[in-house]
Design a protein around this ligand. Structure first.
Ligand code: IMP
Length: 199
């Protein structure tokens, strides 16, 4: 089975390919010749994930899924949340966002944060949502060079390495995206079983 992942983000594509392994083949937007800037204007993760998946489904007529992720920091009243990509401004880099986060967290004792991912799947014209979450803390100085985004400052609960210090496999086994994607995979597996029953 093949599914289109409605993203231009190569890091995310690699993570999801690793998670999906042999369950299904993951193609991203480049693979289907889509270079459009996909609108992401909703004010919830769910809204954005659906908006991206619907765009690709409507314009390219393929079964597809999209994800949207936010980092919610307790001491910042849940910010940057759905605005995690643009925390430091339009067209900012991952490093700009990390710098802004560390600055805003200066002097804060409560360092608790969580990543949340919503995955929206459109399959046979029906829409489905899957959520994943991981809790942790924002450390004071960035560590590690793997991964992307806020990985160097996010220390997942119960671990001594930041996401950026972990290998991809370990990050995927506990991450927000890994958890949401595994729910999607179980769902697809069940669906296949249903289909078998029908025939
Ligand atoms: P997106 O809207 O799903 O692309 O995610 C918004 C922003 O959250 C990204 O630009 C990254 O800065 C951050 N982000 C998303 N996923 C991760 C992750 O797995 N680790 C660290 N940061 C992430």
């Amino acid at each position: 089975m093949e599914l289109i992942f409605a993203t231009h983000n190569q890091h995310k594509t690699e993570e999801v390919r690793e998670i999906a392994a042999s369950a299904f083949q993951v193609k991203n937007l480049k693979d289907i010749g889509c270079f459009d800037e996909i609108p992401e204007t909703a004010d919830t993760l769910q809204g954005n994930a659906l908006q991206k998946a619907r765009y690709v489904h409507e314009h390219y007529h393929v079964d597809c899924f999209a994800d949207d992720t936010g980092l919610e920091v307790e001491a910042l009243d849940g910010r940057p949340g759905v605005y995690s990509a643009r925390f430091a401004g339009e067209h900012c880099s991952y490093q700009d966002n990390v710098d802004k986060l560390l600055k805003e967290m200066e002097g804060k004792n409560n360092r608790k944060a969580c990543f949340k991912t919503v995955v929206a799947l459109i399959l046979n014209d029906k829409e489905y949502l899957f959520e994943g979450r991981v809790d942790g803390v924002i450390i004071e100085n960035q560590r590690g060079s793997s991964g992307f985004g806020y990985d160097p400052v996010f220390l997942p609960e119960g671990f001594e390495q930041t996401f950026a210090e972990m290998g991809e496999e370990e990050k995927n086994s506990i991450s927000h995206r890994g958890r949401a994607m595994r729910k999607l995979m179980f769902f697809l597996k069940d669906k296949k079983n249903d289909d078998f029953k029908l025939f």
